[in-house]
Design a protein around this ligand. Structure first.
Ligand SMILES: C[S@@+](CC[C@H](N)C(=O)[O-])C[C@H]1O[C@@H](n2cnc3c(N)ncnc32)[C@H](O)[C@@H]1O
Length: 257
């Protein structure tokens, strides 16, 4: 794979386990996205940025024992958790440590479905990513993905309270619709759907928001590093349940030739 993303170098087994426990809204969106993707029995599915693998397991159930499943993630801790949780139930699934920019473990034109849930905003070289998608999909094959379409203001604020917050901001990519379309246009990929769902995020309390942000940012946010002033300010501002506005980006692309 190309260089490991900064988040993968920071990650720990505890953060991976925490992600698996608290990533409720991603999982909910991911299950809906599986309905959109409609994987069929016997298909070859690639789960791009599989994380701790709960959705990978759901994809495996859909394609059955005659299907082929390749789950990729650059993060060894999350991949290990995915393998440990679901590997034995799906002995034919392959869990491969790589980034979305390097799918060299699959031959040209062999994948029916590339599925990717809340991972693409972590992929820094988007041009290379779509080159790999175009190469790996069979003609008529599809990519079905949803990810963060825009930064979430409160989360940016929290990250910037960290000593290294500014560099954590550079770990995500956000673009407007014209730029996404321009990136995809030179490829043999037809955009069948591109929309921006609004997904309000709910957290029971401030600690639940901290836990989720720590896990999803691979520790770039760490509530133990908050200053006493910031912690007090946040506790006053968020005394009970928290709702944050969030915009996703959902795309269905079809390989045309
Ligand atoms: C928010 S998690 C989503 C995991 C899973 N798809 C889910 O919905 O629960 C994002 C995942 O993207 C992975 N990731 C980060 N950079 C990546 C890259 N360049 N290529 C593929 N995956 C990447 C992270 O390691 C992480 O597991």
């Amino acid at each position: 794979m190309q260089d490991a993303p900064a988040g993968s170098l920071r990650d720990t087994r505890e953060l991976a386990r925490l992600y698996s426990q608290v990533s409720h809204w991603q999982r909910d969106r991911g299950l809906r996205l599986i309905e959109t993707a409609a994987p069929e029995e016997g298909e070859h599915v690639l789960d791009m940025g599989c994380g701790t693998g709960e959705l990978t397991a759901e994809l495996a159930l859909r394609i059955g024992p005659g299907g082929q499943l390749t789950a990729i993630d650059p993060d060894p801790q999350r991949l290990a958790q995915a393998r440990a949780q679901f590997g034995s139930g799906f002995p034919t699934a392959r869990f491969v440590q790589t980034t979305a920019e390097d799918l060299s473990m699959v031959p040209d034109g062999c994948v029916d479905l590339i599925y990717s849930n809340y991972a693409l905003h972590w992929v820094l070289d988007q041009k290379r990513l779509f080159g790999e998608v175009e190469r790996a999909l069979r003609p008529g094959g599809r990519m079905v993905t949803e990810f963060l379409g825009a930064p979430i203001e409160t989360l940016i604020e929290l990250l910037l309270m960290m000593p290294d917050g500014a560099s954590a901001m550079r770990e995500n990519v956000y673009m407007d619709e014209a730029d996404w379309r321009a990136l995809i246009a030179p490829r043999a990929l037809a955009v069948e759907r591109l929309d921006w769902p609004e997904i309000p995020l709910h957290y029971q309390n401030l600690q639940a928001l901290f836990d989720w942000l720590e896990a999803t940012s691979h520790g770039a946010f760490d509530h133990r590093k908050l200053s006493a002033e910031n912690l007090a300010m946040l506790s006053r501002r968020f005394p009970s349940e928290i709702e944050l506005p969030c915009t996703g980006l959902r795309m269905v692309l079809r390989k045309t030739e």
